[in-house]
Design a protein around this ligand. Sequence first.
Ligand code: TXA
Ligand code: MG
Length: 351
Amino acid sequence: MTETKVLPPTTENIKLVGQLLRDGRLVALHTETVYGLAANAFDPEAVSGIFTVKGRPQDNPLIVHISELNDIRKLVRRFPEAAQRLAEAFWPGPLTMVLPKSAEVPDAVTCGLDTVAVRMPESPVMLAAIRAAGVPLAAPSANRSGRPSPTRAAHVMDDLGGSIPLIIDGGSCDVGVESTVISVLTKKGSKLCEIRLLRPGAVTADEISAVAGTDVKIDSAVLSSLPEGSAAASPGMKYRHYAPRAEVILVEGGFDGFLRLCAGFAANNDDNVWAMCFDGEGDRLGMPYVEYGAIDDPLGQCSRIFDALRWFDEMGAKRVYVRAPSKDGVGLAAYNRLLRAAAFQVISTDD
Ligand code: TXA
Ligand code: MG
C-alpha cells in the first residue's frame, strides 16, 4: 500500500509533482475533461506502471500531453498542415490528434502502434505539471479500467487510493467527458490527409471539418460495438467502458413513452430501479432519479454523466433507465458514453 495524498495545486505542490514524475512515479492530475493518471511519457517503466495501476488492457494506447506546440516535434514524424490548423484553433483544449509517431516515443505509450495520440490540455493544473516535469506526460483517465471516468478528486481516490502517491485536486472538471479523439493520417499511396473521428467529445466533427477544410469520417465504433476479434481504429472504443455496477438501459423516444415505462416501477420498485432524465422531468416519474442537465444542453449533460453513474453505485441501484440524449453536435459525446455504460442495450418507447 502507498499512502495517497490529496493536495491543492499550489506552486510548492506542483514542484513536488515535477519531482515525482521525473523520479518515475505516477500522479493523478486535474484536466478540464477528466482527471488523468500521469507519467513521464519518455520513461517506459513509469508508463507501464499506469497499465498495472489501472488494470488497463495492454493493447490500449495512451494520450501524450504537451504544454506548448513546440513539444510536438519530438513526438511525431509528420505534422500535416490540417493538423497544424486544428492545433491553432482548438489547443489548449479537449481535442486529441492521432499522428505518425517519432522513434522517441516508447512502445509502452503507443502499445506498438505506428501512431501517437497528442493533446495540449487547457487546465492550468495539468499545464503547470507538464512544465514542472519538463517532459510530455502520458495520461489516461485516472479511473480503474472499466469504471466511469473521474471528474472529481474524490472519484480518483475511490478508484486508485492506496496505489499512487499523489492526487492534485483542481476541483471538478468543466467538460466532464474525455477529449475528442481524431486521427489525422495520410492514406497509403496518397498525399491527402484523412480525418477520422475515433471518440466524440466537446469539440465536434462539424467544428473540426470547418477548420480543416475536409470531411470528417465518423468511425463505426462511435455508435456501435465492434464484432469480436476485429481491429479497432481506436482500441479504447472496443471495451465496455464507464460501467457502473447497475445494469444500464438507454431509452430512445419522447418523454411520454419514458413516463409510461417508469409507471411500472412507481408501484413496485423492490429491485431499486432508477431513472436518469433531463432537468425538470424527475418529479413526475414516481421513482428515484438523477437529472443530468437540460434536454437542449449537451455540454451540461456531459459534465454530469460520470458523476451520475458513480452515484448509482453509491445508491446500490440494480438497474437504471436513461433518457437518451440527442446524437447531434456535442450530444454525440454524451450518447457515446451512455451507450457504452449501457453495454449497447438500447430500447425505444416509440410505437
Ligand atoms: O480527455 C482526455 O482525453 C483524458 C485526459 C486525461 O486527457 N484522457 C483520456 O485517456 O481519456 P484514455 O486513455 O482514457 O483514452 C485514450 C483514448 C483511448 O480510446 C485510446 O484507445 C485512444 O485514445 N488512443 C490513444 N492512442 C491512440 C492511437 N495511437 N491510435 C488510436 N487511438 C488511440
Ligand atoms: Mg479512459
